[in-house]
Design a binder for this molecule. Structure first.
Ligand SMILES: Cc1cc2nc3c(=O)[nH]c(=O)nc-3n(C[C@H](O)[C@H](O)[C@H](O)COP(=O)(O)OP(=O)(O)OC[C@H]3O[C@@H](n4cnc5c(N)ncnc54)[C@H](O)[C@@H]3O)c2cc1C
Length: 396
Protein backbone atom coordinates (compact mmCIF):
# COMPACT_ATOMS: atom_id res chain seq x y z
CA UNK A 1 0.00 0.00 0.00
CA UNK A 2 1.50 3.35 -1.04
CA UNK A 3 1.61 6.23 1.46
CA UNK A 4 1.05 9.96 0.70
CA UNK A 5 0.97 12.84 3.19
CA UNK A 6 -2.00 14.29 1.28
CA UNK A 7 -4.40 12.71 -1.20
CA UNK A 8 -6.38 15.21 -3.27
CA UNK A 9 -9.49 13.89 -4.98
CA UNK A 10 -10.23 15.92 -8.13
CA UNK A 11 -7.69 17.32 -10.57
CA UNK A 12 -9.74 20.29 -11.78
CA UNK A 13 -8.65 23.90 -11.37
CA UNK A 14 -8.80 23.79 -7.56
CA UNK A 15 -7.29 20.31 -7.10
CA UNK A 16 -4.32 21.04 -9.36
CA UNK A 17 -3.47 24.34 -7.63
CA UNK A 18 -3.79 22.59 -4.24
CA UNK A 19 -1.47 19.80 -5.45
CA UNK A 20 1.18 22.32 -6.48
CA UNK A 21 0.80 24.34 -3.26
CA UNK A 22 1.22 21.28 -0.99
CA UNK A 23 4.09 19.98 -3.14
CA UNK A 24 5.73 23.39 -2.73
CA UNK A 25 5.74 22.74 1.04
CA UNK A 26 7.73 19.54 0.38
CA UNK A 27 4.79 17.30 1.21
CA UNK A 28 4.23 14.08 -0.67
CA UNK A 29 0.99 14.56 -2.65
CA UNK A 30 -1.25 12.35 -4.76
CA UNK A 31 -3.90 13.96 -6.99
CA UNK A 32 -6.60 11.61 -8.30
CA UNK A 33 -8.61 12.78 -11.34
CA UNK A 34 -11.59 10.90 -12.76
CA UNK A 35 -11.15 12.17 -16.34
CA UNK A 36 -8.48 11.14 -18.77
CA UNK A 37 -6.68 13.98 -20.51
CA UNK A 38 -4.61 11.63 -22.63
CA UNK A 39 -7.57 10.95 -24.92
CA UNK A 40 -7.58 14.67 -25.67
CA UNK A 41 -11.19 14.85 -24.50
CA UNK A 42 -11.44 18.62 -24.58
CA UNK A 43 -14.10 19.76 -22.17
CA UNK A 44 -16.27 22.50 -23.65
CA UNK A 45 -16.16 24.23 -20.28
CA UNK A 46 -12.45 24.81 -20.61
CA UNK A 47 -12.97 27.25 -23.50
CA UNK A 48 -14.17 29.86 -21.04
CA UNK A 49 -11.89 32.05 -18.99
CA UNK A 50 -11.43 32.62 -15.27
CA UNK A 51 -10.84 36.05 -13.79
CA UNK A 52 -8.07 35.72 -11.18
CA UNK A 53 -8.33 38.58 -8.67
CA UNK A 54 -5.09 40.00 -7.23
CA UNK A 55 -5.10 37.97 -3.96
CA UNK A 56 -5.29 34.76 -6.04
CA UNK A 57 -2.58 36.02 -8.42
CA UNK A 58 -0.34 36.84 -5.44
CA UNK A 59 -0.83 33.35 -3.99
CA UNK A 60 -0.10 31.69 -7.35
CA UNK A 61 3.01 33.83 -7.50
CA UNK A 62 4.25 32.63 -4.10
CA UNK A 63 3.94 28.99 -5.17
CA UNK A 64 5.81 29.68 -8.44
CA UNK A 65 2.80 29.15 -10.73
CA UNK A 66 1.83 32.65 -11.86
CA UNK A 67 4.92 33.15 -14.07
CA UNK A 68 3.66 30.25 -16.23
CA UNK A 69 0.15 31.74 -16.63
CA UNK A 70 0.99 35.42 -16.91
CA UNK A 71 1.79 35.51 -20.63
CA UNK A 72 -1.69 34.10 -21.46
CA UNK A 73 -3.54 36.53 -19.24
CA UNK A 74 -5.30 39.83 -19.78
CA UNK A 75 -5.31 42.53 -17.08
CA UNK A 76 -8.67 43.70 -15.72
CA UNK A 77 -8.29 47.42 -15.19
CA UNK A 78 -11.87 48.41 -14.86
CA UNK A 79 -15.34 46.97 -14.19
CA UNK A 80 -18.42 48.70 -15.59
CA UNK A 81 -21.79 47.78 -14.12
CA UNK A 82 -24.62 48.83 -16.38
CA UNK A 83 -28.23 48.68 -15.21
CA UNK A 84 -30.64 48.14 -18.08
CA UNK A 85 -34.34 47.61 -18.62
CA UNK A 86 -36.62 47.07 -21.64
CA UNK A 87 -38.20 50.34 -22.72
CA UNK A 88 -40.69 49.96 -25.60
CA UNK A 89 -39.31 46.42 -26.10
CA UNK A 90 -35.73 47.71 -26.54
CA UNK A 91 -33.03 47.07 -23.92
CA UNK A 92 -32.02 50.51 -22.67
CA UNK A 93 -29.31 51.74 -20.33
CA UNK A 94 -30.63 53.10 -17.01
CA UNK A 95 -27.32 53.81 -15.28
CA UNK A 96 -23.59 52.99 -15.46
CA UNK A 97 -21.10 52.59 -12.61
CA UNK A 98 -17.41 52.49 -13.41
CA UNK A 99 -15.07 50.84 -10.91
CA UNK A 100 -11.42 51.51 -11.68
CA UNK A 101 -8.62 49.62 -9.96
CA UNK A 102 -6.62 52.83 -9.63
CA UNK A 103 -9.39 54.22 -7.34
CA UNK A 104 -8.16 51.79 -4.69
CA UNK A 105 -4.49 52.30 -5.53
CA UNK A 106 -4.06 49.21 -7.72
CA UNK A 107 -2.89 48.82 -11.32
CA UNK A 108 -5.58 46.23 -12.01
CA UNK A 109 -8.18 44.10 -10.17
CA UNK A 110 -6.59 40.93 -11.49
CA UNK A 111 -6.11 38.97 -14.71
CA UNK A 112 -8.34 36.92 -16.96
CA UNK A 113 -6.85 33.53 -17.92
CA UNK A 114 -8.23 30.94 -20.40
CA UNK A 115 -9.26 27.90 -18.34
CA UNK A 116 -8.07 25.34 -20.90
CA UNK A 117 -4.56 26.86 -20.95
CA UNK A 118 -4.53 27.05 -17.18
CA UNK A 119 -5.48 23.41 -16.65
CA UNK A 120 -2.89 22.27 -19.23
CA UNK A 121 -0.10 24.28 -17.59
CA UNK A 122 -1.09 23.25 -14.06
CA UNK A 123 -1.18 19.54 -15.09
CA UNK A 124 2.27 19.79 -16.67
CA UNK A 125 3.65 21.50 -13.56
CA UNK A 126 2.09 18.85 -11.27
CA UNK A 127 3.52 16.04 -13.41
CA UNK A 128 6.98 17.63 -13.30
CA UNK A 129 7.07 17.78 -9.47
CA UNK A 130 9.12 15.05 -7.85
CA UNK A 131 6.97 14.87 -4.72
CA UNK A 132 3.61 15.00 -6.54
CA UNK A 133 1.80 12.36 -8.56
CA UNK A 134 -1.20 12.80 -10.83
CA UNK A 135 -3.34 9.69 -11.35
CA UNK A 136 -5.77 10.29 -14.21
CA UNK A 137 -8.80 8.26 -15.33
CA UNK A 138 -9.09 7.15 -11.71
CA UNK A 139 -11.68 8.00 -9.07
CA UNK A 140 -12.23 7.55 -5.39
CA UNK A 141 -14.50 4.61 -4.58
CA UNK A 142 -14.51 4.58 -0.78
CA UNK A 143 -12.46 5.53 2.25
CA UNK A 144 -12.15 4.38 5.84
CA UNK A 145 -10.33 5.47 8.99
CA UNK A 146 -7.35 3.53 10.29
CA UNK A 147 -6.04 5.24 13.44
CA UNK A 148 -4.23 8.39 12.31
CA UNK A 149 -4.69 7.59 8.65
CA UNK A 150 -7.33 7.41 5.94
CA UNK A 151 -7.34 4.43 3.64
CA UNK A 152 -8.63 5.27 0.15
CA UNK A 153 -9.85 2.67 -2.32
CA UNK A 154 -9.37 3.87 -5.90
CA UNK A 155 -11.09 2.72 -9.10
CA UNK A 156 -7.80 1.47 -10.59
CA UNK A 157 -7.65 -1.15 -7.81
CA UNK A 158 -5.02 0.70 -5.76
CA UNK A 159 -5.41 1.26 -2.03
CA UNK A 160 -3.72 4.39 -0.66
CA UNK A 161 -2.77 5.34 2.88
CA UNK A 162 -2.77 9.05 3.72
CA UNK A 163 -2.97 11.51 6.59
CA UNK A 164 -5.49 13.76 4.87
CA UNK A 165 -7.97 13.41 2.03
CA UNK A 166 -8.86 16.69 0.38
CA UNK A 167 -12.14 16.76 -1.54
CA UNK A 168 -11.59 18.98 -4.60
CA UNK A 169 -13.99 16.92 -6.65
CA UNK A 170 -16.48 19.60 -7.63
CA UNK A 171 -20.08 20.34 -6.76
CA UNK A 172 -21.24 16.70 -6.94
CA UNK A 173 -18.43 15.72 -4.57
CA UNK A 174 -18.09 12.03 -3.74
CA UNK A 175 -15.80 12.93 -0.83
CA UNK A 176 -18.56 15.13 0.62
CA UNK A 177 -21.19 12.41 0.16
CA UNK A 178 -18.98 9.70 1.68
CA UNK A 179 -18.47 12.01 4.69
CA UNK A 180 -22.26 12.54 5.05
CA UNK A 181 -21.83 16.32 4.83
CA UNK A 182 -25.11 17.94 3.82
CA UNK A 183 -25.51 21.18 1.86
CA UNK A 184 -27.64 24.31 1.55
CA UNK A 185 -28.81 24.32 -2.09
CA UNK A 186 -30.89 26.52 -4.34
CA UNK A 187 -31.70 25.94 -7.99
CA UNK A 188 -31.93 29.43 -9.47
CA UNK A 189 -33.75 28.17 -12.61
CA UNK A 190 -31.19 30.17 -14.56
CA UNK A 191 -28.64 28.97 -17.05
CA UNK A 192 -25.42 30.59 -18.13
CA UNK A 193 -24.44 30.52 -21.79
CA UNK A 194 -20.69 30.78 -22.03
CA UNK A 195 -18.62 31.37 -25.14
CA UNK A 196 -15.86 33.54 -26.50
CA UNK A 197 -16.83 36.33 -28.87
CA UNK A 198 -15.17 38.59 -31.40
CA UNK A 199 -16.25 42.21 -31.37
CA UNK A 200 -15.82 45.39 -33.36
CA UNK A 201 -14.85 47.83 -30.55
CA UNK A 202 -11.72 47.24 -28.44
CA UNK A 203 -12.39 46.09 -24.86
CA UNK A 204 -9.55 48.27 -23.44
CA UNK A 205 -9.18 45.78 -20.55
CA UNK A 206 -12.64 46.62 -19.25
CA UNK A 207 -15.09 43.98 -18.04
CA UNK A 208 -18.80 44.84 -18.37
CA UNK A 209 -21.61 43.43 -16.23
CA UNK A 210 -24.95 44.39 -17.76
CA UNK A 211 -27.89 43.74 -15.46
CA UNK A 212 -31.31 42.96 -16.80
CA UNK A 213 -34.25 40.68 -16.00
CA UNK A 214 -33.07 37.04 -16.18
CA UNK A 215 -29.53 37.73 -14.99
CA UNK A 216 -26.42 39.68 -15.95
CA UNK A 217 -24.53 39.47 -19.21
CA UNK A 218 -20.81 39.68 -18.42
CA UNK A 219 -18.02 40.37 -20.88
CA UNK A 220 -14.46 39.68 -19.72
CA UNK A 221 -11.49 40.81 -21.86
CA UNK A 222 -9.21 38.20 -23.43
CA UNK A 223 -5.47 38.74 -23.91
CA UNK A 224 -3.91 41.27 -26.26
CA UNK A 225 -2.81 38.70 -28.86
CA UNK A 226 -6.27 39.39 -30.40
CA UNK A 227 -5.71 43.18 -30.29
CA UNK A 228 -8.43 43.76 -27.76
CA UNK A 229 -11.18 42.42 -30.01
CA UNK A 230 -12.00 39.18 -28.11
CA UNK A 231 -13.93 38.76 -24.88
CA UNK A 232 -15.25 35.84 -22.90
CA UNK A 233 -19.02 36.07 -22.41
CA UNK A 234 -21.21 34.70 -19.63
CA UNK A 235 -24.87 35.35 -20.48
CA UNK A 236 -27.24 34.39 -17.67
CA UNK A 237 -30.93 33.95 -18.35
CA UNK A 238 -34.02 32.15 -17.18
CA UNK A 239 -33.88 28.55 -18.48
CA UNK A 240 -36.71 28.97 -21.03
CA UNK A 241 -35.15 32.08 -22.60
CA UNK A 242 -31.79 30.29 -22.94
CA UNK A 243 -33.58 27.48 -24.83
CA UNK A 244 -35.03 30.09 -27.21
CA UNK A 245 -31.57 31.58 -27.75
CA UNK A 246 -30.11 28.16 -28.52
CA UNK A 247 -32.73 27.68 -31.23
CA UNK A 248 -31.79 30.93 -32.99
CA UNK A 249 -29.76 30.99 -36.19
CA UNK A 250 -26.17 32.29 -35.83
CA UNK A 251 -27.16 35.63 -37.35
CA UNK A 252 -30.19 36.04 -35.07
CA UNK A 253 -28.12 35.11 -32.03
CA UNK A 254 -25.45 37.71 -32.83
CA UNK A 255 -28.13 40.37 -33.28
CA UNK A 256 -29.70 39.51 -29.92
CA UNK A 257 -26.26 39.53 -28.31
CA UNK A 258 -25.49 42.96 -29.73
CA UNK A 259 -28.85 44.26 -28.53
CA UNK A 260 -28.47 42.69 -25.05
CA UNK A 261 -24.92 44.10 -24.73
CA UNK A 262 -26.31 47.55 -25.63
CA UNK A 263 -23.80 47.66 -28.53
CA UNK A 264 -21.01 48.63 -26.11
CA UNK A 265 -18.61 46.39 -28.03
CA UNK A 266 -20.23 47.08 -31.41
CA UNK A 267 -20.91 44.14 -33.76
CA UNK A 268 -20.33 40.98 -31.76
CA UNK A 269 -20.54 37.26 -32.58
CA UNK A 270 -19.50 33.96 -30.93
CA UNK A 271 -16.26 32.33 -32.11
CA UNK A 272 -16.62 29.17 -29.97
CA UNK A 273 -19.49 26.78 -29.26
CA UNK A 274 -22.20 28.02 -26.91
CA UNK A 275 -21.98 26.03 -23.68
CA UNK A 276 -25.04 25.89 -21.43
CA UNK A 277 -24.34 25.66 -17.70
CA UNK A 278 -27.08 25.42 -15.03
CA UNK A 279 -26.67 28.16 -12.42
CA UNK A 280 -26.72 26.58 -8.99
CA UNK A 281 -26.11 27.83 -5.50
CA UNK A 282 -24.68 25.33 -3.00
CA UNK A 283 -22.74 25.61 0.25
CA UNK A 284 -21.61 22.64 2.35
CA UNK A 285 -22.81 22.85 5.97
CA UNK A 286 -19.41 21.58 7.18
CA UNK A 287 -15.98 21.67 5.55
CA UNK A 288 -14.41 18.82 7.47
CA UNK A 289 -14.81 15.27 8.69
CA UNK A 290 -12.23 12.94 10.27
CA UNK A 291 -9.03 13.42 8.19
CA UNK A 292 -11.10 14.95 5.40
CA UNK A 293 -11.39 18.57 4.23
CA UNK A 294 -13.42 20.08 1.39
CA UNK A 295 -12.12 22.84 -0.89
CA UNK A 296 -13.34 24.58 -4.06
CA UNK A 297 -16.68 23.69 -5.60
CA UNK A 298 -16.92 20.61 -3.40
CA UNK A 299 -17.55 23.17 -0.62
CA UNK A 300 -19.24 26.07 -2.45
CA UNK A 301 -20.80 26.62 -5.85
CA UNK A 302 -21.94 30.14 -6.64
CA UNK A 303 -23.62 31.86 -9.59
CA UNK A 304 -20.91 33.22 -11.91
CA UNK A 305 -21.15 36.85 -10.77
CA UNK A 306 -18.27 39.05 -9.59
CA UNK A 307 -15.61 36.39 -10.32
CA UNK A 308 -15.81 34.78 -6.91
CA UNK A 309 -15.85 30.95 -7.41
CA UNK A 310 -12.23 30.07 -8.10
CA UNK A 311 -10.96 33.07 -6.14
CA UNK A 312 -12.68 31.76 -2.99
CA UNK A 313 -11.20 28.31 -3.73
CA UNK A 314 -7.69 29.79 -3.77
CA UNK A 315 -8.36 31.18 -0.27
CA UNK A 316 -9.39 27.64 0.82
CA UNK A 317 -6.12 26.29 -0.57
CA UNK A 318 -3.96 29.02 0.98
CA UNK A 319 -5.57 28.49 4.39
CA UNK A 320 -5.23 24.72 4.52
CA UNK A 321 -1.70 24.72 3.08
CA UNK A 322 -0.54 27.33 5.64
CA UNK A 323 -2.14 25.32 8.46
CA UNK A 324 -0.32 22.19 7.29
CA UNK A 325 2.98 23.89 8.06
CA UNK A 326 1.79 24.57 11.65
CA UNK A 327 1.20 20.83 12.13
CA UNK A 328 4.22 19.23 10.41
CA UNK A 329 3.97 15.94 12.33
CA UNK A 330 0.22 15.78 12.78
CA UNK A 331 -1.17 16.91 9.43
CA UNK A 332 -4.91 16.24 9.20
CA UNK A 333 -5.45 16.12 12.97
CA UNK A 334 -8.77 17.42 14.37
CA UNK A 335 -7.19 20.66 15.69
CA UNK A 336 -5.77 21.57 12.28
CA UNK A 337 -8.99 20.79 10.40
CA UNK A 338 -11.13 22.58 12.98
CA UNK A 339 -8.99 25.70 12.53
CA UNK A 340 -9.46 25.38 8.76
CA UNK A 341 -13.23 25.24 9.16
CA UNK A 342 -13.32 28.15 11.65
CA UNK A 343 -11.22 30.30 9.32
CA UNK A 344 -13.06 29.48 6.08
CA UNK A 345 -16.71 28.74 6.81
CA UNK A 346 -17.76 32.27 7.93
CA UNK A 347 -16.15 33.87 4.85
CA UNK A 348 -17.58 31.24 2.50
CA UNK A 349 -21.07 31.74 3.95
CA UNK A 350 -20.72 35.55 3.82
CA UNK A 351 -19.51 35.59 0.20
CA UNK A 352 -22.06 32.97 -0.88
CA UNK A 353 -25.05 34.83 0.56
CA UNK A 354 -23.84 38.14 -0.89
CA UNK A 355 -23.37 36.64 -4.36
CA UNK A 356 -26.75 34.83 -4.04
CA UNK A 357 -28.47 38.09 -3.07
CA UNK A 358 -26.72 40.03 -5.82
CA UNK A 359 -27.89 37.41 -8.30
CA UNK A 360 -31.51 37.84 -7.16
CA UNK A 361 -31.22 41.64 -7.37
CA UNK A 362 -29.34 41.52 -10.69
CA UNK A 363 -31.89 39.33 -12.46
CA UNK A 364 -35.24 40.09 -10.85
CA UNK A 365 -38.25 40.99 -13.00
CA UNK A 366 -40.11 42.42 -9.99
CA UNK A 367 -40.29 46.19 -10.23
CA UNK A 368 -39.62 46.81 -6.46
CA UNK A 369 -36.41 44.73 -6.69
CA UNK A 370 -35.41 46.45 -9.95
CA UNK A 371 -35.91 49.78 -8.20
CA UNK A 372 -33.85 48.59 -5.23
CA UNK A 373 -31.07 47.61 -7.66
CA UNK A 374 -31.23 51.07 -9.27
CA UNK A 375 -31.16 52.80 -5.84
CA UNK A 376 -28.19 50.66 -4.72
CA UNK A 377 -26.21 51.41 -7.87
CA UNK A 378 -27.03 55.11 -7.62
CA UNK A 379 -25.84 55.12 -3.99
CA UNK A 380 -22.54 53.59 -5.14
CA UNK A 381 -22.16 56.33 -7.76
CA UNK A 382 -22.67 58.99 -5.11
CA UNK A 383 -20.42 57.58 -2.37
CA UNK A 384 -16.77 57.03 -3.09
CA UNK A 385 -16.36 55.41 0.38
CA UNK A 386 -19.10 52.84 -0.36
CA UNK A 387 -17.65 52.22 -3.80
CA UNK A 388 -14.13 51.61 -2.48
CA UNK A 389 -15.51 49.36 0.29
CA UNK A 390 -17.40 47.25 -2.27
CA UNK A 391 -14.27 46.99 -4.46
CA UNK A 392 -12.16 45.85 -1.51
CA UNK A 393 -14.86 43.35 -0.42
CA UNK A 394 -15.00 41.97 -3.98
CA UNK A 395 -11.24 41.48 -4.03
CA UNK A 396 -11.48 39.58 -0.73
C1 LIG B 1 -19.56 30.37 -16.56
C2 LIG B 1 -18.64 30.41 -15.39
C3 LIG B 1 -17.72 31.43 -15.28
C4 LIG B 1 -16.89 31.49 -14.16
N1 LIG B 1 -15.98 32.52 -14.06
C5 LIG B 1 -15.22 32.61 -12.97
C6 LIG B 1 -14.29 33.67 -12.82
O1 LIG B 1 -14.16 34.52 -13.70
N2 LIG B 1 -13.55 33.73 -11.67
C7 LIG B 1 -13.67 32.80 -10.68
O2 LIG B 1 -13.01 32.93 -9.65
N3 LIG B 1 -14.52 31.77 -10.81
C8 LIG B 1 -15.28 31.64 -11.92
N4 LIG B 1 -16.14 30.59 -12.05
C9 LIG B 1 -16.11 29.53 -11.04
C10 LIG B 1 -14.93 28.59 -11.27
O3 LIG B 1 -14.83 28.26 -12.63
C11 LIG B 1 -15.14 27.33 -10.45
O4 LIG B 1 -15.25 27.70 -9.10
C12 LIG B 1 -13.96 26.39 -10.60
O5 LIG B 1 -13.71 26.07 -11.94
C13 LIG B 1 -14.29 25.11 -9.87
O6 LIG B 1 -13.17 24.30 -9.90
P1 LIG B 1 -13.09 22.99 -9.02
O7 LIG B 1 -11.80 22.37 -9.36
O8 LIG B 1 -13.40 23.30 -7.59
O9 LIG B 1 -14.31 22.07 -9.54
P2 LIG B 1 -14.43 21.31 -10.93
O10 LIG B 1 -13.97 22.16 -12.04
O11 LIG B 1 -15.80 20.75 -10.97
O12 LIG B 1 -13.36 20.12 -10.81
C14 LIG B 1 -13.62 18.95 -10.08
C15 LIG B 1 -12.76 17.85 -10.65
O13 LIG B 1 -12.93 16.66 -9.87
C16 LIG B 1 -13.05 15.53 -10.72
N5 LIG B 1 -13.80 14.51 -9.98
C17 LIG B 1 -15.12 14.49 -9.67
N6 LIG B 1 -15.43 13.38 -8.95
C18 LIG B 1 -14.28 12.68 -8.80
C19 LIG B 1 -13.93 11.45 -8.15
N7 LIG B 1 -14.84 10.71 -7.52
N8 LIG B 1 -12.64 11.03 -8.19
C20 LIG B 1 -11.71 11.79 -8.85
N9 LIG B 1 -11.98 12.95 -9.49
C21 LIG B 1 -13.23 13.40 -9.46
C22 LIG B 1 -13.78 16.09 -11.95
O14 LIG B 1 -13.53 15.28 -13.09
C23 LIG B 1 -13.17 17.48 -12.08
O15 LIG B 1 -12.02 17.51 -12.89
C24 LIG B 1 -16.98 30.50 -13.15
C25 LIG B 1 -17.89 29.46 -13.27
C26 LIG B 1 -18.72 29.41 -14.39
C27 LIG B 1 -19.72 28.29 -14.50
Amino acid sequence: MRYFDICIIGGGHTGLVATLAFANKKLNVLCVEKKSFKKNNKRDLELRTTAHLMPAVNFLNTIGVWKHLESHSCPLNSLNIINSRDINNNPSKISENTFEAKEIGKDCFGYNVPLEKSIKILRELAISKENAELLEATSLISSSLDGEFRIAQLSNGEVIKTKLIIGADGSNSVVRDLSNISTFERDTRQTALTFNAKHEIKHCNVSYEIYKFGGPLTTVPISDEFEGMHSSIVWMNKEDYTKKLLNCSKKEFSLKLKERSLSILGEISPITNLVEIPVKFMVAKKLISERIALIGEAAHKLPPIGAQGFNISVKDIETIVNLSTDYPNTIGCFEMLNKYQLKRLPEILGKSWSVGLLNILAGSEQIPLQNLRAIGLEALNNSSFLKKTIMRFGLG
